[in-house]
Design a protein around this ligand. Structure first.
Ligand SMILES: CC(C)(COP(=O)(O)OP(=O)(O)OC[C@H]1O[C@@H](n2cnc3c(N)ncnc32)[C@H](O)[C@@H]1OP(=O)(O)O)[C@@H](O)C(=O)NCCC(=O)NCCS
Length: 227
């Protein structure tokens, strides 16, 4: 089972909302110069704590997060999860069985097509030469790559050009197999395009695919409690 939870980051920040956050999370929020960036960080992390606590017998403030050497967070003893935020929207994916990764982009491509050349694998470069591809195709390819690299746990510390996800057209009903070799070990993933309005979003999970019907779409707000 895989839960995909949307969070509106434009809501007001209240004392009740942020009471569950750790001193480190509050300090990280304060490190952002702009108010809207502080707000987005505070809401996203309060939501993450509330969502994760609903799978556990601990309150949101009791959860402790640890990070791997590339910054991927996890909750010891908790389900696998991944968080992505873009503008005023965050998505959290929770997977009870497999390591997972999600990426969301609400806007346009941050990289130019020339810069994208450096993140494309040789197979993707060949595909781009053969087809007339729009910026939207590049953006979807990018979220697919980030979802897999976040599931791997290395993010873009892993050279994205070593991974082939392809420019194939959107398919919200089919998990596609993707693999990569890192330090001699093979890592298999399944990748799915996620339908979220006009936004670009993809989710990846290690090893096994899931029936698309096993994905539950929800949203979280302070009023909804857990969600
Ligand atoms: C993970 C990464 C791809 C984020 O991409 P992004 O599009 O800018 O941001 P997103 O909103 O999609 O994701 C951010 C979230 O991913 C998670 N994350 C951070 N590092 C991660 C990693 N290595 N793997 C998986 N997830 C990661 C966090 O939950 C983070 O949320 P937070 O910043 O609010 O705590 C990018 O930051 C990255 O590659 N980081 C690792 C690079 C590295 O070498 N870090 C070493 C220093 S710790």
């Amino acid at each position: 089972m895989l839960d995909l939870i949307q969070v509106d980051l434009s809501i007001p920040v209240t004392k009740e909302l942020t009471a569950c956050l750790s001193p480190e999370e509050l300090a990280k929020a304060r490190s952002f110069h702009f108010d809207h960036l502080q707000r987005r960080y505070l809401v996203a992390h309060a939501a993450l704590r509330n969502v994760m606590s609903s799978y556990l017998t601990r309150s949101p403030s009791e959860l402790s997060f640890v990070k791997n050497e590339w910054g991927k967070p996890s909750v010891p003893g908790g389900p696998h999860f991944s968080l992505s935020h873009s503008d005023d929207l965050a998505v959290i994916v929770v997977d009870l069985e497999r390591e997972t990764g999600i990426d969301l982009e609400t806007g346009s491509l941050a990289l130019t097509r020339d810069e994208m050349t450096y993140v494309l694998s040789p197979e993707e470069l060949a595909e781009r030469r053969e087809r007339d591809l729009a910026d939207a195709d590049h953006l979807q390819l990018w979220v697919r790559k980030e979802a897999v690299l976040k599931s791997l746990g290395k993010g873009v510390a892993y050279d994205p050009s070593r991974l082939t996800v392809g420019f194939h057209s959107l398919d919200f009903n089919r998990w596609r197999e993707v693999s990569t070799i890192d330090d001699g070990a093979r890592y298999d993933f399944h990748l799915l395009d996620v339908r979220l309005g006009a936004m670009s979003c993809a989710v990846a999970r290690r090893d096994e695919p899931l029936a698309t019907g096993s994905i539950a779409f929800r949203s979280w707000s302070p009023e909804s409690g857990a969600y």
